[in-house]
Write a protein that binds this ligand. Structure first.
Ligand SMILES: Nc1ncnc2c1ncn2[C@@H]1O[C@H](COP(=O)(O)OP(=O)(O)OP(=O)(O)O)[C@@H](O)[C@H]1O
Length: 267
């Protein structure tokens, strides 16, 4: 079953094609990772998938209906987004930033239920010790984790507000580990994996092939605005493809649990 389907979806601006005829599906319970060089179109693809951009050709369907036609409240209950960069114009506390994620869907939730969601999301992102801190005083990685907490709070609020634990939902993460230390990279990926295991369709953009292979059910390999390969990590991420797409030589070391580790070098 597919939750989100892109059929030959393209996106262009001022005569330049940023995404060319992308076809893909996101399924409940699956973690899909987009990989590719800088400028390959990964963020553009993610922004089309979450409805932030409308395709200039092709279709984006959510649960069989045009994504663009879904009312904002329903969309906010159904999908959350962690963008590559998140700015805030006001001196919010950490708890207030997380509460922002629940603005649209969580308004009618009883105060105790909303507080429980915020607390649990702060703990999941390991930022509960920062609750009262001013967001502006946080480090880059701490800010990233607060925004992750905001996104998962939004999904939890969506389930609570609709009173549906089985509400079809998606989580979009654009380079969520970019500024995180190795402990928090693994923590965030574990949370993302657990959300997928609970039925959420998770879509993440990552640059680390080893991290991607360790968590993904499916990999989308992108280059020059196109999806050049998609499927299981071991099928997509072959040394030949990695050389063609990234211009690096790769050695795949078979690690424990069958999860490969990639070692790279310039040719
Ligand atoms: N508004 C715009 N006008 C012109 N070009 C744009 C615009 N937005 C993005 N691009 C270009 O589109 C291409 C794809 O951008 P995108 O952000 O999707 O890449 P990406 O794969 O996410 O890259 P990165 O790994 O660097 O984050 C890039 O070459 C970028 O410079």
């Amino acid at each position: 079953m597919s939750l989100l389907t892109l059929s030959a979806a393209s996106y262009g601006v001022r005569g330049k094609t940023l995404l060319n005829q992308a076809s893909m599906t996101l399924r409940p319970g699956q973690l899909t990772v987009a990989i590719g060089p800088n400028g390959a179109g990964k963020s553009t693809l993610l922004r089309l998938c979450c409805g932030e951009l409308a395709p200039t050709a092709g279709r984006v369907l959510w649960d069989g209906a045009e994504l663009a036609g879904i009312p904002p409240w329903r969309l906010a209950a159904s999908r959350a987004v962690l963008p590559q960069a998140s700015g805030l114009g006001f001196p919010f506390t950490v708890a207030e930033v997380v509460r922002l994620g629940m603005e649209t869907v969580g308004r009618k939730l009883p105060r105790a239920a909303a507080t429980a969601i915020i607390d649990s999301s702060l703990a999941s992102a390991d930022v509960d010790h920062l609750t009262g801190r001013s967001y502006e005083t946080l480090s880059g990685g701490e800010r990233q984790r607060v925004h992750f907490a905001r996104a998962i709070a939004q999904l939890a609020a969506g389930r609570a507000a609709t009173k549906r634990d089985d509400l079809p939902q998606a989580l979009f993460l654009d380079e969520p580990t970019a500024s995180l230390d190795i402990h928090h990279q693994l923590l965030l990926i574990r949370e993302a994996r657990q959300l997928a295991d609970s039925g959420v369709a998770v879509f993440a953009v990552l640059h680390d092939l080893s991290l991607a292979s360790s968590c993904a059910d499916a990999i989308l390999l992108m280059r020059n605005g196109e999806i050049v390969a998609q499927g299981a990590p071991d099928v997509v991420l072959t040394p030949d493809r990695v050389r063609q797409v990234f211009g690096v030589e790769t050695e795949i070391l078979q690690a424990r649990n069958g999860v490969p580790t990639f070692a790279y070098r310039l040719p």
